[in-house]
Structure formats: C-alpha cells, structure tokens
Design a protein around this ligand. Structure first.
Ligand code: ATP
Ligand code: MG
Length: 414
C-alpha cells in the first residue's frame, strides 16, 4: 500500500507540506551540496506554474516543499513527479515540539484524518496493520526511537481498536521524525528517480518528429544532463506543421528538463545537393552523417559535451551496426544512444508515460522520409561512403556554412 497515493479530497487539503526524498548513493561530500542545490532549483522551476505559492528549503539533509497559500495537491504532486532526482514525495504534517503528550495527540489525529476521515479511503471495519517508524535526530529529545515506537504504537492501538501492529509488512508505516520540528508522514509517492538536471553537464539532442528521439532526450536528462536540441527540416518539402510538431515535442520534454534551446536548421539545399551528387541507396546514411556533423558543430559552440540520438540497433536500414558505425565515424564527440537495446514496443511505452507519444504519431512528413531511397544500403561500406561524399566537395562546405548562418533558435519551455 505504501508508495500509492490513496488520498481523498479532504485529506489532500489536510497536508500543507512535502518531504522530498532522494537517492543518496554517490552524492557524498562536495557533490551532495551541488546535487541538493540543483534539486531545489529544479523543484522551484517545476512548481512555478502550479497555482499557489511554495517555499522550497534545504535543512540538514532534508528538502521540504511548504505551501504558503492554498494550493492544488494533485497538480503539485504531478509537477514534483517530473523532477529528476526525486525518489519519493511524502505529504507531511509538520508541528512544533510541545512535549510528548501533544505529539501523541497529533499522531492519533494524523491517523484519524488520513485513514479514517471521510476523505480517507479506508472503509470502516477494515483492519489496518501499521508500524511506527520513529527517528530521533535530536538526541536531547527525552525518548529514544525505540521508546517512541513502543509508546506511540500503544497509543494508536488504544485509539483505533481495529488496527493491528505488523512490524514486517505493515499496510502503513507511520514515520515520526524528531528534528527541530516534528514531521509526520506515511505515504511515499514515487518520484521519477535519476539526478537533478544540470548536475551532469549539457548534451545536444537530435530531435526529429518521431517517437524515439524525445524518449532518448528524456532518458539522458534523467541522468542529470541538461538538454539542448537540433531539428533539421526541409521546407517546402516539410511543412510548418511538421516543425510545430517538433517544437511541441521539445515543450513536453522541457517539462522534465527545464528550458530547451531548439536549433532549427534548414537542410533543404544540403539534401537536394546530396540527392543530385550521390548514389541514392546511400542517401540516408550521407544525410545522417551531415546531420551529425552539423549537430556536433552547434554542440561545440554551445558547450554541449555529447550528442544524443534515438537510434536503436536494427530498427531501420540506417540503424544496422554497419550503418551506425558509418554515422558515428564523422563525430568526435561521444554519441549517446540510450535506446540502443530497446524494442519499439518498449520505446512506445516510455513515450506514452512521458506524454510525447500522441504528438509523435501525428502524421507529418519528415525530411528523411521524403528523400529516402527505395532500397537503402543496410551494410554501408565506409570507404565507399567517403568516396561518394567526395562528389560533394565543390559546394558542401558553403551549403553547411549557410545552413548554420541561417539557423533559427527557439527557447522552448512549458
Ligand atoms: P525518431 O523516431 O527519433 O525520428 P527514427 O526511428 O525515425 O527515430 P531515424 O529517422 O533513422 O530513426 O533517425 C535516427 C535518429 O536521428 C533520430 O532518433 C534522431 O535522433 C535523429 N534524426 C533523424 N531525423 C532527424 C531530424 N529531421 N532532425 C533531427 N534529428 C533527426
Ligand atoms: Mg525519424
């Protein structure tokens, strides 16, 4: 039962603050400080569009979100669920320490309000098992955690005869944390995990209008990497609506990553030139190589430490191991391909979860599909590809330069 938000409306109104849990592995020493600061920053960003005003604070290894005004519980939890680095969101009651008697009254009220009030979801007569998990981080508190567990457990049993103790697999774990203030919470709503965006540098996502690349961006951002993006379009072969679709996808991704600088490159002349000069079965690979070169150029100019694509082995002709090797050959920066071992079904599931799928399946033309050959090579020979690219020598540098000069940059955010 833990980890699932079971609150009815009344109970939602009951909470005014949240304790934010994060995985602590690997964030010792100096890193911890950076991690926590980035997490606070990302939480503030995520909450800025939620109705209500919040304070987000960091005290002795704990992050708290406290509502300063009326607020929408569901919207707040949804916004927090999009913040990488959060392992759990605990709706919490916070009280001043006014002695054990007041504490025991508060714990009884907490159980009554959350589990037995009209808004609680426990049907009367159900026997609910529980465990008290007390933690005393202030050693001058007169009772230690064992004593707190025993005494508060007894008080709950007296107050709610239908409840039983189960120390191994309780339905509810009632956390009582004695700090400067006392925190009471029992629910842990799962967060997305990962690391706060911005703790691990920045990378450039090649974002198309397809299903895969937004998911790839999401996965790398989850590891704390800030994301910028580049989209290649080919007007008039691709429409403004196709471009808007990519902006919409970037917007959905930005819910998790924060603002995305989307670089839009007009690829038409480069594609037409490749089409004129190179063997048609090699078009896709050569186009992909120019996309990578241009993306790498922009990445270097914008302090990105790597490229990200939505490629997965064998998905299409341009993603066989030989094709990937041919595409990879033109890059110096590392290319991150987080979906490399995923089946389409698995990618679709993730796309649905993060909310990009519905946009991705809108039927607008993609610049790759328009110029695609009937029988693209699946086992490109890198030497031959390099020789084909020699046919572009006369004008390609100038065309790439012009495409970069005419680049449009849109800062996308929710
Ligand atoms: P996606 O669903 O992400 O479009 P895909 O299965 O259609 O992927 P390809 O068209 O081979 O695969 O593209 C492979 C990767 O190359 C994409 O995941 C994306 O990262 C990048 N890419 C392809 N087309 C474009 C484009 N027009 N603009 C930017 N990046 C692109
Ligand atoms: Mg595509």
């Amino acid at each position: 039962m833990q980890g699932v938000c079971r609150h009815g409306v009344n109970v939602m109104n009951y909470y005014k603050s949240f304790l934010i849990k994060y995985a602590e592995i690997g964030i010792k020493g100096k890193n911890r400080h950076l991690f926590e600061e980035a997490l606070v920053r990302q939480i503030k960003y995520a909450l800025r569009k939620v109705a209500g005003s919040f304070s987000v604070s960091r005290t002795s290894g704990r992050i708290y979100v406290e509502a300063q005004t009326d607020f929408d519980f569901t919207d707040t939890v949804d916004a927090l669920k999009a913040v990488f680095g959060i392992a759990g969101i605990c709706p919490m009651v916070s009280m001043a320490d006014e002695g054990f008697e007041k504490l025991s009254e508060a714990v009884v009220k907490f159980v009554s309000d959350v589990y037995f009030s009209q808004g609680g979801t426990v049907a009367s007569g159900n026997s609910l098992t529980f465990k008290i998990a007390a933690r005393r981080s202030r050693k001058n508190y007169p009772l230690d955690s064992m004593e707190l567990n025993a005494k508060l457990g007894g008080i709950i049993l007296d107050a709610f005869p239908s409840m039983k103790v189960d120390v191994h697999k309780p339905n509810i774990m009632i956390h009582v944390e004695i700090r400067e203030k006392i925190n009471l919470y029992s629910e842990i709503i799962p967060g997305p995990g990962g690391m706060p965006v911005g703790t691990n540098g920045k990378a450039m996502l090649l974002l198309s209008g397809g299903i895969d690349s937004p998911v790839a961006g999401y996965m790398i951002a989850k590891r704390g990497v800030k994301i910028d993006a580049v989209y290649f379009h080919a007007p008039p072969y691709t429409s403004d609506r196709a471009k808007q679709k990519v902006i919409d996808l970037a917007k959905t991704v930005s819910r998790f990553t924060g603002p995305v600088h989307l670089h839009i490159i007009n690829f038409t002349d480069i594609q037409l030139y490749i089409y004129d000069q190179c063997p048609h079965e090699e078009l896709t690979i050569i186009m992909r190589r120019y996309m990578m070169r241009i993306a790498e150029h922009i990445a270097n100019e914008t302090d990105c430490l790597g490229l990200i694509t939505g490629e997965s082995i064998g998905q299409v002709a341009s993603q066989t191991l030989k094709s990937l090797a041919a595409t990879n050959e033109v890059c110096t920066l590392p290319v991150y391909r987080p979906l490399i071992g995923f089946d389409k079904m698995e990618i679709v599931k993730l796309a649905e979860q993060i909310g990009t799928y519905e946009t991705s399946i809108q039927p607008f033309e993609d610049c790759c599909t328009i110029f695609v050959a009937k029988h693209p090579v699946t086992k490109p020979n890198v030497k031959r590809i390099n020789r084909s690219e020699e046919h572009l020598a006369e004008r390609i540098d100038e065309l790439v330069k012009r495409a970069l000069e005419n680049k449009e940059v849109v800062i996308v955010k929710l």
